[in-house]
Design a protein around this ligand. Structure first.
Ligand code: 8YV
Length: 308
């Protein structure tokens, strides 16, 4: 990346890190290429980068990029789909297990020296195997999660997807194990609801008070998509009412999660710091793909992972 930066006036958009923020905005006017991830790239920022030709995002999600502004300026956007699918699905299933079996809470009990006697019913978790999993958004990650649940844990899978999916033809390994249903049917029948939709105008606030009220009493939610898909006030109300048994959250409306957010310490919430793809292997693969995308684009080619 250093060679790339030297050769092509490339800058890395990671202004969350204060000392990098100044360097980022100093380099931006000269940048022809930009390596991004979760920073908001919108029209005002692009106006500061007249030389910018390509953005290569180290992420599969692209909700932080203002696509019309990119198109208007002819800036190509590439991302890293595919290389993080399995890892992110692993994380989501780990979140299902951790939330169902209260693993984080019970590990803390041991760590804090509060394990004095056999664990009683007040600390029991719930089974995962055999429970019905409802997956909202059936793209690569949703399908990978379905394979883990259906093939590994005997869980019937319901999924809701914007477009029709012919499981028998497209996903034969899941034939007879995963069924496409309406969102209402999914919420009414699923013991565990997993969100794997991209954040769009259609999905923002999807899980609102009405949808939480439509969930099966005692159900659980896990979110590995984007925090903006969930109305967090409605989530908290559903947890506090006891209707929702628990929530495993890897993403939040505001990240890092504010210290005063009730979600950070809620007893029924298992929080993770947006680590869906955060393994050594996968983040390396994402960086390699993002660098390759940038090199191709700066050489005048159109990488396969270009956002259309
Ligand atoms: C990214 C993600 O690593 O790929 C995505 O969309 O949310 C994560 O896997 C994160 O955006 C940081 O780059």
């Amino acid at each position: 990346l250093a060679r790339l930066q030297a050769a092509h006036e490339v800058t890395v958009a990671n202004p969350r890190v204060a000392e990098q923020r100044d360097a980022f905005f100093e380099a931006l006017p000269r940048a022809q290429g930009l390596i991004g991830s979760s920073y908001r790239i919108d029209a005002p920022l692009l106006a500061q980068a007249p030389a910018l030709r390509v953005i290569s995002s180290i992420s599969v999600g692209i909700d932080n990029y203002e696509l019309p502004a990119l198109r208007e300026r002819g800036v190509m956007l590439c991302h890293t789909p595919g290389v993080l699918t399995e890892t992110t699905a692993d994380t989501l299933f780990a979140l299902i297990m951790a939330t169902s079996r209260r693993l984080v809470e019970l590990a803390a009990l041991v760590r804090e020296g509060r394990w004095h006697k056999n664990i009683d019913e007040s600390l029991f978790g719930w089974d995962v195997h055999g429970k019905t999993l409802g997956i909202v958004g059936f793209g690569r990650i949703g399908q990978a999660l379905a394979r883990r649940a259906a093939l590994g844990f005997g869980m019937p899978v319901l999924f809701h997807n914007r477009s029709a999916v012919n499981v028998n033809e497209e996903l034969p390994a899941l034939a007879g194990l995963a069924r496409q249903v309406s969102l209402d049917e999914l919420l009414a029948q699923a013991d565990i609801v997993a969100l794997t939709v991209p954040l769009t105008d259609e999905t923002r606030g999807l899980m609102n008070a009405e949808r939480f009220a439509a969930m099966k009493p005692g159900a659980m939610l896990v979110n590995g998509s984007r925090g903006g898909v969930v109305d967090e006030a409605a989530l908290l109300a559903s947890l506090d009412s006891g209707r929702l048994r628990g929530a495993g959250l890897d993403v939040f409306a505001t990240e890092p999660l504010p210290l005063d957010s009730p979600l950070r310490t809620h007893p029924r919430v298992t929080p993770l710091p947006h680590i869906g793809s955060a393994t050594h292997e996968t983040r390396h693969a994402m960086a390699v793909l993002a660098t390759s995308n940038l090199l191709q684009a700066l050489a005048g080619q159109t990488p396969a992972a270009t956002v259309r």
